[in-house]
Unconditional design. Sequence first.
Length: 478
Amino acid sequence: MKRILYLCIATSIVATAGCSFDTSKPDTSHSKQQTEHASKKEARQIYLQKHLQEANAFIPNSTIRANKYKKMMESPFNFYRGTTPLYYSDLRTGVIPIPVGWNQYTPIQTWLEGDAHAQNVAIFDDREGTLRFDVTDFKNSYIGPFYWDILRFMSSIFLFTDELPYIKVSKAQQKQLSSAFLKIYQTTLQNIIENPMEKYKELRKEQLKNGLIQEQMEKMKLSYTYEAFLEKITLLQNGKHIFLPNDPSFVPLRTEEQEDFTKGWNEYIKSIGSFVDKKPERYFMRKDVVHKQNSGVGSVGRDIFYVLLEGDTAGPADDIVLEVKEQQLPAMFAEGQLSKEEYNRWFTSHAERTRIATLATGMKVDSYLGTLYTQGRSYSVKKLSPWYHEFESADFRKLSDVEEFVQYAAKAFARMHARADQDYNPAYVPHHFAENALAFMKQNPKFSQQLLQWSETYYHQVIEDYTLFQGLIQSKKL
């Protein structure tokens, strides 16, 4: 009810903004403005329909596509998560009015997360088992100007904080949170310039102040176990784990799929040979393989496998679960300025690009990280872990929780952007990012003001788009 009321108010505000009333004569200007707004709204809805149809054309199964739209219908924030290419399309068309000169200035480019929002920073364990708070999910990662990530994340702050059940965050507070994110991002870059090793600092429990994130880490260490994780997704049958046979999200492979997957699997094992050599002979024996459906929001429709491995012993307690996810061209190519020719020169596949992106942006990355090819598609492989927590709206009980989250998210993005510069590989980013980005912001004194304004304006655009999207679904046009 709160969300529906909010949308009605927001739509009303957008529809009546700038109107004036003069009772001394017929108000033709008001009528004209209403007509113009209705016309723009109709044009935007038609554009939105066409864009969503094209962006989701890769999902041939109408039931799966409808399920993705159902998830996007849940809230404006979920809609935002499910429409990453729309953000980049709006950068291209000027809905977000980035100056042309900014986009052409390559010294401020680095590896981006590519789908920056409040649930793509999370707590997770690295390959050494240490928990840290950092940027996650690199399926859309590629090289571009840093403000694409920053602006998208700032808009997500407005959207995410609208939906907190225990806190009412005012518009003024939302602006303060977005402004704080940008300021801390800038301060962190300055710290990196003064001490280059700053970008390799991890946001572990010891580096965090007492608060929401540290408490969540402690809870995860004390109560999360791999055994409990396996119990949620597997069944013990004749002393051997299999994926839950009655779970509708797990779909068995057809015979021809199994054969082709085996070929791809053997090549994957070769690609991580140095890690495989350290493990017992039967460690990577596959106990079960299934298709995994209904994962995430933006990932719905991508082909995903879950693979159950033997692990260190023949017993079920130390089985390993891998996720094998189809990779595609990053969403940021919808912005229009990136070169597909260069992309194809650098990477043999989308999965290889995801692997490189993860290495460029990450630290102590997953030892299972690799690529797998089957059915003519490329897949990224990673280990699934119970020690993963993306923050839900119900996790935030007071404003200081949100402030802390935004502060550490800003540090994580700044360090990630800086790590992925020429110090990783100058073939991709041939410059020191932190110095260039900070200099660019100083040379544009209105930069912070503009980003805050654009992020809030785009937030309102997303709210209106969400309402238009609801109309498209209800009228069965999608």
